[in-house]
Design a binder for this molecule. Structure first.
Ligand SMILES: Nc1ncnc2c1ncn2[C@@H]1O[C@H](COP(=O)(O)OP(=O)(O)OP(=O)(O)O)[C@@H](O)[C@H]1O
Length: 230
């Protein structure tokens, strides 16, 4: 479970996140949607202890991220900014991450297969396509077999086959009882996968409902809700 309660963060005059409250529950894919600059990445960074809130709090499994004893095994994250070293192979990158968390090499092989990268794993990351880098990032997020998965724009760089694969992966993770929070500015893509949609605009919550409750054209509703805030 991820609990965000009254979370706020300002950057100078910009209220990046403004009194935001929502919950992402286990066994569900929660889509975290909003236009560019809506505050999605800032929220995820605060959940992961990478930015400090000016107000409110974010809990993962009932605790603050920085209080987790084995963070990689409790919360897996894919962030847009977390780029692996280009000169390393995908395998070496994951092995290095695994070692920092006391995870064995067998799990590295497992996650590489899970994300469809076993052959590319011995090549240097610098030669990867954007889609392959996303898959490597997903492999890193899943390395510790975490019960909570937080993914910032995981669909970026994926081709249609990759998007279909990602949908299956996310549904599978939720079916295993994990909490899955996925940000996107692509409403159509997330609407096909998520059970629940949390929509933000200019740092504020504008909708928090089951996907099934959105009965009209999802894109029209999204644009209507996110266009006229304030
Ligand atoms: N480190 C920072 N310094 C200054 N302003 C920032 C910083 N990080 C984010 N912002 C600002 O906060 C607001 C929210 O940004 P954020 O990246 O969280 O949005 P987002 O919803 O993730 O957008 P996108 O879909 O484009 O990634 C934006 O106005 C952004 O310019």
């Amino acid at each position: 479970m991820i609990e965000v309660e009254g979370l706020s963060k300002r950057y100078g005059p910009v209220a990046a996140v403004d009194d935001l409250t929502f919950t992402a529950r286990p066994g569900r894919v929660t889509g975290f949607l909003g236009p560019n600059g809506a505050g999605k990445s800032t929220t995820m960074r605060m959940i992961l202890g990478l930015a400090s809130p000016d107000g409110g709090r974010a809990l993962v499994g009932g605790r603050r991220y920085r209080d987790l004893r084995r963070p990689l095994c409790e919360v897996g994250a894919l962030l847009e900014t977390a780029a692996p070293h280009r000169g390393r192979t995908g395998y070496a990158h994951l092995l290095w991450l695994a070692r920092t968390a006391g995870i064995g090499p067998r799990r590295v092989q497992e996650v590489l297969e899970l994300v469809g990268l076993p052959d590319a794993a011995r090549r240097r990351v610098g030669g990867y396509s954007q889609g392959m880098r996303q898959r490597l990032g997903l492999a890193a997020a899943l390395l510790g077999d975490p019960g909570i998965v937080i993914l910032d724009e995981p669909a970026n760089g994926l081709d249609p086959e990759g998007l279909r694969w990602l949908r299956g992966l996310l549904r599978g993770l939720a079916a295993e009882g994990r909490t899955v929070l996925v940000s996107s500015h692509l409403i159509g893509e997330v609407g096909r996968t998520a059970d629940r949609l949390v929509i933000v605009a200019r740092g504020r919550l504008v909708a928090d409902a089951d996907t099934a409750a959105f009965t009209g054209d999802l894109e029209d509703e999204f644009l209507r809700m996110t266009g006229g805030v304030r």
